[in-house]
Design a protein around this ligand. Structure first.
Ligand code: ATP
Ligand code: MG
Length: 354
């Protein structure tokens, strides 16, 4: 049995949002609390963030600390998980250098997530080479830790598939070096890809359609109030559609029947609310207020923890630097093994001959 080594992370292109929470952070907290793992690494992918933000280093730097604060505020615990900065572990780029030879360009361009992201970013013909190849660098991030379990959102499945292919090719060419990692995706389809507040298929930092974990109560309320419901549900008494109605989509993810009992007077289940909405007679404001209350219950303890860490940012950097030192030691071992298998461990070979 291979070891349970968990590797996961985020780009630091913005603060983390509800999509991150239900798509991956919640799963990480569950694993952290279960203690059922051998090693647990969380990467802040500042290097990968530069692949589409090369001229915007300040944005990446600012968000490095934002993402770290988000991790700590949701309850990820540095005594249980190793949080590190990607560029503080330069051995990962060396591994990427060798991995780039394990994949061809047309395969990289077939990646459906990359295709969508290229369109979203409007690169047209001038796609940075680093951007197209970021799935390879992500494979180095995972395999560089001998990662076997990768909790991610659904958009990352093609990346993990690419990573598995690279591990296989490397093993075929240079002999067995890497175990094949597995993605862990939320079994709830909506959680695996939470839509944005604008109804777009994915809540995403780059699309600006997010409720952030660090948003104030006022910001959350304003965003929920601005959410689309059913465009044909104009008057309270009109029958409304629940399917595709983003407020109900969110209620399905975030609210329980207990919440309905707690915050509504005349209803005791979400199903009852839906039935009434379908029949007509239930206004958008009422369901939005319920969603605001439920999100408040989720976000207020996160905000409180964040406020504590925000007062001592040097401590947060120390956590990241300590984590990076630990991460680096691990990757150095894996890289040495890979180079040994490739036969480019010249110094060891020469010593052996003496
Ligand atoms: P960017 O727009 O810069 O790519 P992002 O919002 O997609 O940012 P990432 O840092 O790329 O965030 O993703 C980090 C992790 O969070 C990945 O595992 C990704 O699958 C997951 N994730 C991001 N957005 C969502 C979402 N809306 N629903 C579920 N999981 C998500
Ligand atoms: Mg992304």
């Amino acid at each position: 049995m291979s070891k349970k080594i968990i590797l996961t992370g985020e780009r630091c292109t913005g603060k983390l949002h509800l999509g991150h929470y239900v798509g991956t952070l919640k799963e990480r907290l569950k694993i952290q609390e279960s203690g059922d793992y051998d090693e647990f690494y969380i990467e802040i992918a500042d290097g990968q963030s530069l692949t589409d933000n090369a001229k915007n280093v300040q944005k990446v730097k600012d968000n490095l600390i934002n993402v770290a604060l988000d991790y700590l505020s949701v309850g990820l615990d540095p005594s249980k998980v190793t949080m590190f900065i990607q560029t503080e572990v330069p051995e990962l780029t060396e591994l990427n250098f060798y991995f780039l030879n394990m994949v061809n360009l047309s395969r990289l361009l077939r990646n459906p997530t990359i295709k969508t992201e290229i369109k979203q970013r409007g690169f047209n013909e001038s796609i940075p080479a680093g951007f197209i190849t970021y799935p390879v660098s992500q494979a180095a991030d995972i395999l560089g830790f001998d990662g076997t379990i990768v909790p991610v959102g659904e958009d990352q499945l093609p990346m993990i598939e690419q990573c598995v292919e690279i591990a296989r090719t490397f093993n075929n060419v240079y002999g067995k070096t890497f175990d094949e990692p597995k993605a862990v995706i939320s079994t709830n389809k909506v959680c695996a890809r939470l839509p944005g507040i604008d109804g777009n298929a994915k809540m995403s930092k780059s699309l600006g359609n997010c409720i952030y974990l660090s948003d104030s109560s006022e910001e959350v309320a304003k965003k929920v109030m601005s959410m689309y419901t059913d465009p044909n549900h104009i008057h309270v008494e009109d029958p409304g559609k629940v399917e595709g109605n983003i407020v109900f989509t969110y209620l399905d993810v975030f609210a329980t029947d207990e919440d309905v009992k707690k915050y509504m007077t005349d209803y005791s289940t979400i199903e009852e609310l839906k039935e009434h909405y379908r029949r007509g007679g239930l206004g958008d404001v009422k369901i939005k207020k319920l969603l605001i209350a439920v999100l408040e219950d989720l976000l207020s303890p996160i905000r409180e923890r964040r406020a504590i860490y925000e007062k001592d940012l040097s401590k947060v950097y120390d956590i990241l630097f300590d984590g990076s030192d630990k991460a680096r030691k691990k990757v150095q071992e894996v890289l040495a093994r890979a180079k040994r298998n490739m036969g480019i461990n010249y110094r060891e070979l020469l010593k052996g001959e003496k």
